[in-house]
Design a protein around this ligand. Structure first.
Ligand SMILES: [Zn+2]
Length: 220
């Protein structure tokens, strides 16, 4: 497994003005297989973004990649209000059984508005607002997620082109705009439950998420 543990080679972009830089890395055995975890530090902030890397990705074309934004409520607390945890597990499982791939875990909670404001938005939603109405009522745009950090991480890992695991056309476009070569899309699969069906329907109808809402959760 020496290859899987090869070091991330800083690429030309990683000069002193790079948006993120590799800070540390180590092999990481997981329930989804052996990964290499690489921590990037974002310039001028205390934010640490994470890449879970399977196999050798440097110079590879068509690498399966999930660009995932942190979601404490679902990933740690098991919230059923969204599908983030299921999408993360799906991506790790898919990549864990592939020869190579990358999950980028970005520290941008609540579509970038932060945890405290996300919970404020949840409070508004509990009184009837949908996810986008709640954000706007708090003075935030629909989505503050940015893709320049992800693009910089992929570049430093040497990924030549990606197959993006997503249902979100804005994410495909956002990464392409930042210079990531997107060769294709792998649908992201997450089960429905009575708490997230309205959320997923809103995502689909509001921003064109490519989600098929099946009644049978196992076929979603
Ligand atoms: Zn979530």
């Amino acid at each position: 497994m020496r290859n899987a543990q090869a070091r991330a080679r800083p690429h030309p972009v990683s000069s002193s003005d790079a948006l993120v830089r590799v800070y540390s890395e180590a092999p990481l055995p997981t329930r989804h297989g052996s990964f290499r975890v690489v921590v990037f530090r974002e310039r001028g902030t205390d934010k640490e973004h994470v890449a879970a890397v399977k196999g050798e990705v440097d110079g590879r074309e068509g690498v399966p990649v999930r660009v995932h934004s942190e979601c404490l409520t679902s990933e740690i607390l098991g919230s059923l209000k969204c599908d983030c945890r299921d999408q993360l597990e799906h991506a790790l499982g898919l990549i864990g059984s592939a020869p190579c791939g990358v999950v980028l875990y970005l520290r941008q909670e609540g579509r970038g508005i932060g945890l405290g404001n996300k919970i404020r938005a949840y409070a508004l939603q509990s009184r009837g607002a949908d996810t986008y109405e709640a954000n706007r009522a708090l003075g935030f745009p629909d989505d503050l997620r940015r893709y320049d950090v992800a693009a910089c991480m992929l570049k430093q890992l040497g990924v030549a082109s990606v197959e993006l695991i997503t249902n979100n056309p804005l994410k495909l476009a956002g990464l392409a705009r930042e210079g990531v070569r997107v060769r294709g899309r792998i649908p992201s699969v997450a089960p429905l439950n009575p708490h997230n069906v309205d959320y997923l329907r809103t995502k689909r109808d509001h921003t064109g998420h490519l989600i098929e809402l099946f009644a049978d959760e196992n076929s979603a």
